[in-house]
Write a new protein. Structure first.
Length: 349
């Protein structure tokens, strides 16, 4: 056995539970996703029965009020699946490629960059179409990610995890301030941006979410292809290079995947925070740190959190509702603290 093969095997042995437990974890995630989808369709300010939901999906009657309620929830259920999958996978990919447990599209400033770019497009370019907003969100996320890497790369140690987090946080604050400045002088832009800014699934038509699926699929395929590199990066850049990986090319490819996922999710639902930070850590407790399992697991777990947050936001104060972006923070914060207390400290990247 060569030294490279030995190092690879040792890395794989440290990546977490054995195969049966990982398969069981995926079965649990699949079951939770099915339950979350059912709850999203059934519960809200006006609850409906399972039979009514089934009839609405397969034999829709426009004159039936209950079936109309289910139909309206179907769009946001699809949206939660698409957006949750994108954000969960983007967070896992960022944490792997940067070797930073705090990496997240919000903390590294990608959400802020997308938001500012969308505001500029709406205020100064008159953009209103989904394609235009998605393009603006991609550009904003890409520019901020590039700036974060450039800022963090200054100095002898290069782009360390802590410098990436600090650089991203600083840029997020600065970009957020510029976004607010634009909104203060443009009332029409503020009106269009206000609800989108806090993260919402309620007012977006299903065609918008369906149109985002190809982009999310493309970003997912790109990012999933970097799983083996992320496993090697977990042992350090020097070790990953010794194993034959081209880290510059891998990180560029992964960054493209993250920008596509984060930009698409932000364009269709607004800047929803916390999903990309918490989901990879939660999945890591189930399947270990092997990114070949962690990334697909995050792809499944992201929609579970977003569906749960959206459903709770609808039933917590009827007939009003709390938008999903707010509920994600309210639910995710305590859960993240609970994970830290119950064993996340022992998990290393």
């Amino acid at each position: 056995m060569t030294a490279t093969e030995s190092t690879t095997r040792q890395a794989q042995e440290r990546t977490g539970p054995r195969l049966p437990r990982k398969v069981g974890a995926f079965l649990i995630l699949g079951a939770l996703l099915a339950v979350a989808i059912a709850a999203s369709l059934l519960f809200g300010a006006r609850s409906v029965s399972l039979g009514t939901a089934s009839d609405a999906l397969w034999h829709f009657d426009p004159n039936n009020g209950d079936q109309g309620v289910v139909a309206s929830r179907f769009a946001r259920t699809v949206g939660a699946i698409v957006v949750g999958a994108a954000l969960g996978l983007a967070g896992a990919g960022l944490q792997g490629l940067t070797r930073n447990p705090l990496a997240d599209t919000g903390i590294l400033g990608l959400n802020a960059g997308s938001s500012m770019s969308v505001v500029v497009a709406i205020a100064f370019l008159g953009v209103s179409s989904l394609a235009g907003i998605m393009l603006a969100a991609f550009i904003g996320a890409a520019v901020v990610m590039t700036l974060v890497y450039l800022v963090a790369s200054v100095g002898r140690e290069g782009a360390t995890p802590i410098k990436l987090a600090l650089g991203g946080a600083a840029l997020a604050v600065g970009v957020g301030a510029m976004t607010n400045a634009i909104l203060m002088v443009s009332d029409s832009t503020l009106d269009r941006f206000r609800k989108w800014q806090i993260g919402s699934l309620s007012s977006t038509p299903i065609d918008t979410f369906l149109g985002a699926i190809p982009m999310v699929a493309l970003g997912a395929l790109i990012l999933l292809s970097t799983a083996r590199v992320s496993n090697a990066v977990a042992m350090g850049d020097d070790t990953a290079t010794a194993l034959g990986f081209n880290l510059g090319r891998a990180r560029l490819l992964g960054s493209i995947g993250v920008v596509i996922l984060a930009g698409t999710a932000t364009a269709v639902a607004g800047p929803i925070a916390f999903v990309g930070l918490m989901i990879p850590h939660a999945v890591r407790l189930l399947v270990g740190s092997d990114y070949r399992w962690l990334m697909p697991g995050s792809l499944l777990a992201g929609p579970v959190l977003l569906l749960a947050a959206d459903t709770v936001g609808r039933v917590i104060a009827p007939p009003s509702e709390i938008q999903v972006g707010v509920m994600c923070a309210m639910i995710g914060g305590p859960l993240f603290i609970l994970m830290m207390r119950s064993g996340m400290k022992s998990v290393s990247l």
